[in-house]
Ligand binder design. Sequence first.
Ligand code: NAD
Length: 260
Amino acid sequence: ALASKTALVTGSTSGIGLAIARGLAAQGANVVINGFGQPEEIERARAAIEADHGVRAHYSGADMTQPEEIAGMIAEAERAFGGLDVLVNNAGIQFVSAIEAFPVQKWDQIIAINLSSAFHTMRAAIPGMKARGWGRIINTASAHSLVASPYKAAYVAAKHGIAGLTKTAALELATHKITVNCISPGYVWTPLVEAQIPDTMKARGLTKDQVIDEVLLAAQPTKEFVTVEQVAAIAVFLCSDAASQITGANLSVDGGWTAQ
Ligand code: NAD
């Protein structure tokens, strides 16, 4: 359904972003993947997308803390594929600490990657979408765009921010056949979640099993992690014609977390 379209997914060398890139490629879109990691692993992921789905896949190493690299990445995608139709702002990092001990540099980095990068990609991509009269912008927010948890000040602030940016962009673009939505997963089993377990153990004085049961899945009534494929399926749906009147929405995939 996305044949002849091009999708760019920030932070797609692993986890949710890679699953979204693969999901959009399965619909026939050419994709640009982005993010950090081992060069051989990134190349393996890029080549697998091309081999599995018969589309073209490019890689951009642009750093989402650097506005000029972001603008260059969008321009390069438009040049390589003749336009950018689907923009998925997914890059994100986490840091767990009490506010008074929160490193200032970590605050700035999280706001830059998890929030400001979406502004920079949008401002670069929207003119082309308007000119072609179609577009889909999907932001990976979080249950933390709707509710808070202690010790995640920068992340919660950035995710609440991305929810507001999503609504604003949806209103600005409503008459241009460009929809803007965010997806808000609860806990998805990815490297990001795995990596925050040691810090949470330290911050709360818990064992690994206690962090999983009492902190992570405590908030999730289904007591199961969301899968990356389930998040990707929503992104694919938002790109369909059936979803053309869904804009400015914040779609929860959180096992009931934010129903509480
Ligand atoms: P992940 O760590 O597996 O993936 C993060 C991606 O972002 C990687 O590709 C990484 O290389 C990239 N990245 C990090 N810093 C970057 C930078 N400066 N420039 C470019 N790319 C950068 O994590 P994930 O769990 O797949 O998270 C993806 C998104 O989903 C994030 O926005 C995260 O906040 C959100 N999210 C995750 C969960 C969860 O439980 N895993 C829940 C809700 C929301």
